[in-house]
Design a binder for this molecule. Sequence first.
Ligand code: ZN
Length: 432
Amino acid sequence: MYAYIIECSDGSYYTGWTNDLNRRITSHSEGSGAKYTRGRGPVKLVYWEFYPTKQQAQRREAEIKKWTRSRKEKQVKGFAILKGGRDMKKTMKDTIKEMEKLFNIPSPSGFTGKIEEYIEKFLKENSVPYEITNKSAIVATLRGKNDQEHRTLSAHLDTLGAMVKEVKSSGRIKFDPIGGYMMHSVEGEDCWIHTQDEKIYTGTILTTKPSVHIHGDAKKIERNVENMEIVIDEKVSSKEDVLKLGINVGDFIALDPRTKITKSGFIKSRHIDDKAGVAILLGTIKHLVSKKIIPEYTTHFFFSNYEEVGHGASARIPEKTKEFLAIDMGTPGDGQTSTEFDVTICAKDSTGPYDFSFRKKLIDLGNTHKIPYQVDIFPFYGSDASAALRSGNDFKAGLIGPGVFASHGYERTHQDAIENTLKLVLAYLVSE
Ligand SMILES: [Zn+2]
């Protein structure tokens, strides 16, 4: 059973209920559907909701009939964007495809040149104007109906990683972590060493006692920077051998993302934080541009490059920004409301509460468009929005994102969470 809204040829709306949408629309267009629509055809179906019973559909019809014209318009507009049927499916497919590409471009904080090039190429292909800040963040802009007040969305391009700290006399490498992670979560992980002269070597991160057959305390040894090292996949047995390869202190180390997308829709990879957010912004841009949808306010897309080390979007936020929404991850786990399927709306993280009225606006959008969301608190977390506030910007800050399990480890989320975040972002951009 359906409650529906049709738009008549004179632009007015008619609300009804039916068990057969197609037949009902045809009869409206032919003038036999209802008294009101007679002579007002052809009509266009602009909104519908499905209900299991007739009573529920009728109750909803009565509710919708009480709405003001502008409330109906809002609902219809959101519906066109989010339910656009095949369109939304294509946007989701594009977003996942972009995400897979992004996972495989190494980008530890401080070494984000390649991924920046990729974003620039994407923006050029979609004819979206952008600026590059002095520290190489990228700010793309889509002009909105209102150009006096702006909105800025952010996602960070940089990820966790490491740097060569010391070449040991054994020919193994001591590393210094970039960003905060548990050492045992990188144990056994493949990695790439990027040298100054752009050579790439592979290796494996292990403890200094990696074999249970040789080291009695292999299981017990504490996983910390002192006890971990990288074994390079080259025939080296001394410091000199390694230096000859061109590997030096200060070379960047990227972790193998090991991306896998399962048939059941799970995405397993390193760096879902925040390449999922970046892909969601790219998906949003492509959706708006290809469908010629103009956002309500001029909107900036801020791709930051030092978030994992704390000062991501701390500078060059477009001046007219009234609302700043960071797209980063939610944190499912014990005691958390976040899930791998919903979009999380963050109420507070360790840097303090996000703007209450902004949070309410996002919750309203979730309710209006039936987007599954959770409100959560992240006890050990800071975002680009809080970095921007701390550096002296004046705007209302918000934070949303897909729930990402085992964050800063080998992470996991589900395509549903990506889709729900994408929908909330789109609903927000066309809302007042
Ligand atoms: Zn993040």
